[in-house]
Design a protein around this ligand. Structure first.
Ligand SMILES: Cc1cc2nc3c(=O)[nH]c(=O)nc-3n(C[C@H](O)[C@H](O)[C@H](O)COP(=O)(O)OP(=O)(O)OC[C@H]3O[C@@H](n4cnc5c(N)ncnc54)[C@H](O)[C@@H]3O)c2cc1C
Length: 459
């Protein structure tokens, strides 16, 4: 053991191989306070150092768990005392922003917020945004194909990646730093590493596609009496706001009640007795015209009573206040069983009612709160229950995932599989798909040293 530590120290320097208290202070699973018990946390500062570390680990059959910002919610970075953790935190340079080509080249350890702020400084826009922006890193975002609140307009992280540099399990450096929107020169190899949670390769650097900054920005909080109205509102804003529509978030009343006073800490901008709340966001390039279109669209929805209450933000502060309701999820993430599923939009409420009924009948004192990115088929379900035993966890998971089967739903819309959802993967993927995933894993990582056991288990 000391032999490998000494060799790692030769590669990255002794101060960047953490083995003592500094290592224990890390928590590889965001929602727990468990200390990191890895053999060591290694912090390379360059692609060359990552490649040297991987060559060594490949030779020794040493397992490696990649660490980004450690905000994943699926036990994707769980580490045993036999693994080394490889943290990208020192690879945190934004190398370049091309104002005309609309690209950014960033190291894997750049936080999402740093990337967003740098784009903004250049008068550009980084399209992916999630609540963990201050901590999560772009390498982790790409590895999980992160989604967030603007997917309806900008797509997921996959849609913002043009190229990347990857270190393979044996230390080979794959330079796939494409910067073009169009490049059909052979296989698009970067896709192998997007959303595959560090089991096929280590992303060291990424070429991102940026967008131009919007000038108009409108946000409203709306209330609806029933789910049919929610769907009608979605169809109407799609038609009326067109490409400007960039957010459509729905919150069921149980969610809202836990966020606003007296139970939660926020002040509700509208009454809180309705069954459904929607945040609609629109961004465009025509101030005045866009604002007018937004208001006209919402007025028409109110006249037709598809919307029964609502408020339009009049300032940046009011926009933030509305979004804070949706982003106030830490109470759920820390205390609840959290799920992140996709299914046809028209069936989402039926599904929520079904799982609520099943869980409340089976689990003592359970409460179910639903919210999420309805505009892109994705709903988060949080189950609040006292008993966090393995047995209870399994029962709740079974209700959530088995109820997806009739809809051919996805057990993960955006958070990924990690260890947490691995055994449920056959609900969303066929045997042939899982077999192909294993073939790719064996081919790219024959010694099974990269984040072993996450997503798929090799026999
Ligand atoms: C409050 C909160 C809100 C969130 N909201 C959203 C949301 O709206 N949408 C969403 O999609 N997610 C959301 N998440 C989940 C999480 O933030 C994302 O999954 C995020 O992309 C993880 O990034 P990270 O840097 O923390 O990665 P980590 O958690 O460190 O790692 C994630 C996975 O990628 C691997 N990995 C990390 N870096 C690399 C690399 N450079 N190369 C190869 N593999 C690597 C890890 O081993 C692990 O399997 C939220 C989480 C929190 C805590």
């Amino acid at each position: 053991m000391t032999e490998i530590i000494a060799k790692l120290e030769q590669i990255v320097g002794s101060t960047d191989v953490l083995t003592g208290d500094e290592r224990l202070a890390r928590t590889p699973a965001w929602e727990t306070h468990q200390p990191c018990n890895a053999l060591a946390i290694v912090r390379p500062s360059s692609t060359d150092e990552v490649a040297q570390v991987m060559r060594l680990c490949h030779e020794l059959g040493q397992t490696v768990v990649p660490y980004g910002g450690l905000t994943n919610l699926v036990q994707g970075c769980v580490t045993t005392d036999k693994d080394i953790a490889l943290s990208f935190e020192r690879m945190n340079q934004i190398e370049e922003v091309d104002r005309t080509g609309l690209t950014m080249v960033a190291g894997a350890g750049v936080t999402l917020q740093q990337a967003q702020e740098r784009a903004e400084q250049e008068g550009l826009f980084f399209p992916v945004d999630i609540g963990a922006r201050g901590t999560c890193m772009v390498g982790g975002n790409v590895s999980t194909n992160a989604g967030g609140t603007k997917v309806i307009r900008h797509g997921m992280m996959r849609d913002s990646v043009l190229g990347m540099e990857v270190v393979l399990a044996d230390g080979t450096v794959l330079d796939s730093m494409n910067r073009f929107l169009k490049n059909n020169s052979g296989f698009d190899l970067k896709q192998l590493f997007i959303g595959t949670e560090g089991v096929l390769g280590l992303i060291t650097k990424v070429v991102f596609r940026l967008e131009v900054t919007s000038k108009s920005h409108n946000v409203a909080l709306l209330a609806c009496r029933d789910y049919a109205s929610v769907l009608a509102v979605l169809r109407n804003v799609q038609d009326d706001l067109g490409a400007n529509l960039c957010g459509f978030e729905v919150m069921w009343s149980e969610f809202i009640k836990n966020v606003v006073k007296p139970v939660g800490k926020l002040t509700a901008p509208i009454a809180t007795e309705y069954p459904f709340y929607i945040i609609v966001e629109s961004m465009g390039t025509q101030i005045g015209t866009d604002d007018q279109a937004f208001e006209t669209c919402l007025e028409s929805l109110m006249e037709r009573e598809l919307v029964v209450d609502g408020t339009i933000a009049k300032s940046g502060q009011e926009r933030d206040a509305i979004w804070s309701i949706r982003h106030e999820v830490e109470w759920l993430v820390r205390n609840a069983f959290n799920f992140d599923v996709s299914l046809p939009i028209a069936s989402v409420h039926e599904y929520v009612e079904n799982v609520t009924k099943r869980i409340c009948a089976d689990v003592a004192d359970a409460e179910v709160a639903a919210f999420g990115h309805l505009g892109d088929n994705n709903i988060h379900i949080s189950v609040l229950a006292e008993d966090h035993s393995d047995e209870n966890t399994y029962r709740i998971q079974k209700h959530i995932y088995e109820a997806l089967v009739p809809y051919r739903g996805a057990i993960s819309a955006e958070h990924g599989i990690g260890l947490e959802k691995r055994e449920w993967l056959p609900i969303s993927r066929t045997d042939a798909e899982i077999e192909l995933m294993k073939t790719l894993k064996r081919s790219l990582d024959p010694r099974n040293i990269l984040n072993p056991g996450k997503v798929i288990a090799l026999d």
